[in-house]
Write a protein that binds this ligand. Structure first.
Ligand SMILES: [Zn+2]
Length: 449
C-alpha cells in the first residue's frame, strides 16, 4: 500500500510500527457550529483510508478529537471565543452548545456511513493531561511565561520549520507590526492561556494558581500521548493544518516526550464550490441538510467526494452532484439485476479495485474499474460496499411476492398480445418505483430513476 507522506513529500510504501495494527489519529471538528459539506469531505477521505487498511488485513486503532473548547477564532492565539459567541447567540450555556453540535456532527457522520473511530475524545475531558503536558514542556525548557499565558519557544526546537518548509525570518518580518507583545518570536504559540480578571470565560480551569484554559494546539498532542502513544502510524488532517496546527503538534510532542509524533502524514485538499472557496462572504456554505432539501442523500455526496482524489483540487457543483447521484442509482440497478441472475464471483475484479486504492487511495480509478466491468457478482458488490461504505447492498431489496406475481402476469398478457393489460401492470409497478425491462431472457425489474 502506497501513501503520499507530507513529511517526506514522497509516495511511500506503508509499513506499520507494529505488525498488523495501525494507529491512526484524525484531527476532529470544532463543535460550535454546523459543519458544511467541505468539512465532511476530509472525514469521507479518511473513512476510505481506514476501510482500505482494513481490506489489506490491518486492524485499525483510530482516535479522533472533538474541540469543545472554543476560545480562539483562528490558528492564532487572539480573538473571540467561538463557543461563547455561539452560546450568547443561541441563549445556551457553552456546554449545551458543544453537546448540541457534537450530536449533530455524529448524526451526519452516521448518515454518511463513516466508520466510527475506536475512540472519540472531547478536549475538555483531557485538561488534567494537558496541564501535565505543559508541566513536562516547561521542565524540559521549551516554554516561557508571559502575562497572558504559557508560550512555546519555537527557537528551542531546531526542526520547527522543517515539516511545513516555513521561512521563519519571513514570518518574523511579516508579523513584526502586529507583535509588540511579550512573545520571544513571531511563531511562538500559547500552550496555556490565562484568564485575566474581568474576562468572562465560562470554560475555565485552575492551573499555576490562576484560572485559564488550554492553547489551541495542545489537545491533539495530549490525546495522542494519552490514547495511542507516540509515534503513531498515520496522522490525518487538511492541508490548512500543515503550517501551524500540525507543525505545532510536532513541536509540542517533541518537547513533551522527545519522540516524533507520526510516521505518515496525510493531508487532504480543499473543496471549492462553483469555483470559489467556501466562505460566508461568498454565500456558498451548504450543509448536508441543504443538500437534502434539494433531493440529495448524504451518500450521493459521499460518492461525489470519492470520485476525486483527496489531494486533488475539487470543484463542487450541483450538476456534478446530480451525476454522482445517477451513478449511485446505476450501481443500485446493477445490483438489482444481479439479484435476478445466477451468480459467479470474480475475485480478479476485486483485486484490481483494491490495487487502485492501494495506490495512494485512487478511488477515481477504482470507480472506473467498476463502471468498466460488465458483470459484478453480489459477493463482489458486497466487498465494494465494505470498501466505500456507500450502503449499496442495503439499499437494494428483492421485490415482494405480489410484485413478482404482477411481473409474470404481465408476461402472460404480453404473450397473449393483451397490450392494454400489460401497460396497466407496467404503470402499477412504476407507481411503486419499479420499472420493467424486456430482455430476450424475459422481464427484469429495476429501480425507476
Ligand atoms: Zn490536531
Amino acid at each position: 500500500m502506497k501513501l503520499y507522506n507530507t513529511a517526506s513529500k514522497k509516495l511511500e510504501t506503508f509499513k506499520p510500527i507494529s505488525d498488523g495494527i495501525v494507529k491512526v489519529y484524525t484531527c476532529g471538528p470544532t463543535v460550535y457550529s454546523s459543519p458544511h459539506i467541505g468539512n465532511f469531505a476530509s472525514y469521507i477521505y479518511w473513512d476510505l483510508l481506514v476501510r482500505t487498511l482494513i481490506a489489506n488485513g490491518y486492524k485499525v486503532n483510530r482516535v479522533m478529537n472533538m474541540t469543545d473548547v472554543g476560545h480562539l477564532v483562528s490558528d492564532g492565539d487572539d480573538g473571540e471565543d467561538k463557543l461563547e459567541k455561539g452560546a450568547r447567540k443561541e441563549n445556551k450555556t457553552v456546554w449545551e452548545v458543544a453537546d448540541y453540535y457534537i450530536n449533530e456532527f455524529m448524526d451526519s457522520f452516521h448518515a454518511l456511513n463513516l466508520l466510527e473511530p475506536e475512540k472519540i475524545c472531547r478536549a475538555t475531558d483531557y485538561v488534567e493531561e494537558v496541564k501535565a503536558a505543559v508541566d513536562a514542556m516547561t521542565a524540559n525548557g521549551f516554554t516561557y511565561e508571559t502575562s497572558d499565558g504559557i508560550y512555546f519557544d519555537v527557537a528551542k526546537f531546531p526542526d520547527y520549520a522543517k515539516f511545513a518548509g516555513l521561512d521563519l525570518d519571513k514570518l518574523k518580518a511579516g508579523a513584526r507590526v502586529e507583535f509588540s507583545d511579550e512573545k520571544h518570536g513571531a511563531a511562538d504559540f500559547a500552550v496555556w492561556k490565562f484568564i485575566k480578571p474581568g474576562e468572562k470565560h465560562a470554560m475555565r480551569w485552575d492551573y499555576l494558581g490562576r484560572p485559564g484554559y488550554p492553547g489551541w494546539h495542545i489537545e491533539c498532542s495530549t490525546i495522542i500521548d494519552a490514547e495511542l502513544g507516540e509515534p503513531i502510524d498515520i496522522h490525518t488532517g487538511g492541508i490548512d493544518h500543515i503550517p501551524v496546527h500540525h507543525t505545532n503538534e510536532i513541536a509540542q510532542t517533541y518537547a513533551i516526550s522527545g519522540k516524533p509524533l507520526a510516521n505518515y502524514w496525510l493531508h487532504c485538499n480543499f473543496i471549492n464550490i462553483d469555483g470559489e472557496r467556501i466562505a460566508k462572504s461568498t454565500g456558498n456554505i451548504y450543509t448536508l441538510a441543504d443538500l437534502a432539501e434539494r433531493g440529495f442523500a448524504p451518500l450521493d455526496y459521499k460518492l461525489w467526494v470519492l470520485q476525486g482524489h483527496y489531494q486533488g483540487d475539487r470543484n463542487f457543483t450541483f450538476g456534478g452532484l446530480d451525476a454522482a447521484k445517477n451513478r449511485r442509482l446505476n450501481w443500485r440497478n446493477r445490483i438489482a439485476l444481479e439479484l435476478q441472475k445466477p451468480q459467479k464471483t470474480n475475485r480478479e475484479f476485486f483485486k484490481k479495485v483494491l490495487e487502485a486504492l492501494d495506490n495512494n487511495l485512487n478511488s477515481a480509478e477504482a470507480f472506473a474499474i467498476i463502471d468498466n466491468t460488465a458483470e459484478i457478482s453480489l459477493d463482489d458488490w458486497r466487498d465494494i460496499d465494505s470498501l466505500f461504505g456507500l450502503g449499496l447492498i442495503d439499499s437494494v431489496q428483492d421485490i415482494s411476492k405480489e410484485d413478482k406475481a404482477l411481473i409474470s402476469e404481465r408476461e402472460k398478457a404480453r404473450a397473449a398480445k393483451d397490450w392494454a393489460k400489460s401497460d396497466d401492470i407496467r404503470h402499477e409497478l412504476e407507481i411503486k418505483g419499479i420499472t420493467i425491462k424486456d430482455t430476450p431472457d424475459g422481464s427484469i425489474w429495476q429501480y425507476l430513476k
